[in-house]
Design a protein around this ligand. Sequence first.
Ligand SMILES: Cc1cn([C@H]2C[C@H](O)[C@@H](COP(=O)(O)OP(=O)(O)O[C@H]3O[C@@H](C)C(=O)[C@@H](O)[C@H]3O)O2)c(=O)[nH]c1=O
Length: 188
Amino acid sequence: MAISVRKLTLPELVVIQPKRFGDARGYFEETWSRRDLQGVGIAVDFVQDNHSLSEAKGTLRGLHFQTPPSAQDKLVRCTNGAIFDVAVDIRRGSPTYGAWAGVELSAQTGEQLFVPKGFAHGFVTLEPHTEVQYKCSDYYDPACDRSISWDSLNIDWPLSTATVISAKDAVAPAFDAFVSPFTFGPDQ
Ligand SMILES: Cc1cn([C@H]2C[C@H](O)[C@@H](COP(=O)(O)OP(=O)(O)O[C@H]3O[C@@H](C)C(=O)[C@@H](O)[C@H]3O)O2)c(=O)[nH]c1=O
């Protein structure tokens, strides 16, 4: 198997380290292998790949999720620069409902974060010109797209510069005002 894994404090959030084969040219790695992920218990059919560029350090995107029936598992990696990547448990009735965990992902390390359905996701860029790419297990569905305010959960964002956010994220409801009516079962 060409990956190693570790779990964050919320064990549903799995950090994946693909094996890098370095040589005089640079390196080679498999960035996604269905077989390897299945081997560590992550059996997901991804259907869409996303790529975002954030020009400024301190750009914050999130916290986002799609509701059933379009809920998404995501496999997130940073391909230029670095991010602090965060996920929040929004599964109604979960013992860790409202809890968050985060990890730094960078192009340098190549670590990836698996974020399952039932978690809101967001990140802040730690460097300029940061690119993030992620696989999603369902298609973009604007009718199911939701945001929760990034600063309503005491998340320890490592912000050292002014935060750049979208107009949508600037008016996102606070987590306290957000009562999740959603259950996120394996079939959503
Ligand atoms: C997410 C998404 C957006 N779009 C469009 C809608 C909009 O016009 C434009 C920008 O969308 P947003 O402002 O929502 O982009 P962004 O703030 O980068 O949204 C993303 O944030 C991270 C944290 C996630 O976890 C993703 O799932 C997604 O919600 O791109 C798509 O066409 N397909 C997509 O899958």
